[in-house]
Design a protein around this ligand. Structure first.
Ligand SMILES: [Zn+2]
Length: 187
């Protein structure tokens, strides 16, 4: 633990390379989202593909909001914005043009549903959708295809610089997962 000037204790920094998400360029001195794993008594193995590992874990642990037939959706542990989801095929493929017709269809359908659900739960004003194909294009985990669904609000431009010691974050991620999973339409 690290003790702040006022005596408040914070978790020490730790590698986030094994988290089920796409690392960005921001250093994080705190990783309270780790609690989503720690509380469940598990952790993603260091060398395993996080997007192959996540579906083997309980929804709450992996922050999965929906499991489809060929693809699933989970909250990104490295969110650009609250509610930042990733839509991922179960199959370990790197590139979009490797996905078969069923995977393409379900990734598309889950993306559409995610937009509707996030609009309903969080009243997002807009979305950024996209796939970074290859490390050169910015993919944090280039080996396993994933589509970003990033909700945007008119007021969110100042969100990025916030690298705060926010103990509320693990609760927010857990609560966000529950809220989105509950709002996800049942077949
Ligand atoms: Zn994989």
């Amino acid at each position: 633990m690290t003790r702040d000037y006022d005596g408040t204790e914070y978790p020490d920094a730790e590698s986030s390379s094994a988290f089920a998400g796409v690392p960005d360029g921001f250093a994080r001195l705190w990783t309270p989202h780790r609690i989503a794993y720690i509380e469940q008594g598990g952790a993603a193995p260091g060398d395993a593909c996080v997007f192959c590992t996540a579906p083997t874990l309980p929804d709450e642990q992996a922050l999965i909001v929906h499991r489809g037939v060929k693809a699933y959706a989970l909250l990104n542990l490295f969110p650009y914005n609250s509610g930042h989801l990733l839509v991922v095929p179960y199959r370990h493929i790197a590139l979009y043009d490797e996905a078969d017709a069923e995977e393409v269809a379900e990734i598309g359908a889950i993306t559409q549903t995610a937009m509707r659900v996030i609009r309903q739960t969080s009243h997002a004003d807009g979305f950024n959708l996209g796939m970074n194909q290859g490390a050169i294009a910015g993919a944090g985990i280039a080996a396993h295809l994933h589509q970003h669904v990033v909700p945007r609000w008119a007021t969110d431009a100042n969100f990025f610089p916030i690298v705060a010691r926010t103990k509320a974050l693990p609760k927010l991620l857990g609560e966000a997962r529950q809220e989105i999973a509950d709002a996800w339409p049942r077949p």
